[in-house]
Ligand binder design. Structure first.
Ligand SMILES: [Zn+2]
Length: 103
């Protein structure tokens, strides 16, 4: 059995963003994208239905989003990486958020 970390590692390039900024990053498909992401997390607890809960959102250098929270089944730390960096026009939005939050 592997032992999971007891806390999340926040990398240097990751900036925490709020739920409104998260919404802006995804645009109109926000609800659907987040729903899919939180319901498809990797966790080695083996539970049939797992969901990411109590998560915080981070924006990284690649303009991708990382949700870090807890697996609702085993209550240990879990994360979900979402590749938003490829989206059209995302760089402008991401840069604005980064500038705002790093200040
Ligand atoms: Zn789990």
């Amino acid at each position: 059995m592997t032992i999971k970390r007891t806390n999340h590692i926040i990398h240097d390039d990751e900036v925490e963003i709020d739920s409104f900024q998260l919404q802006i990053m995804f645009g109109p498909s926000y609800k659907e994208d987040i729903e899919i992401a939180v319901n498809s997390i990797f966790c080695n607890c083996g539970a049939q239905s797992k969901k990411l809960v109590n998560y915080k959102s981070y924006l990284n250098n690649l303009n991708d989003i990382i949700l870090k929270g807890l697996c609702n089944s085993c209550n240990t730390f879990a994360a979900r990486y979402i590749e938003t960096g490829e989206r059209k026009g995302i760089e402008k939005i991401a840069n604005r958020i980064r500038k705002l939050n790093k200040a």
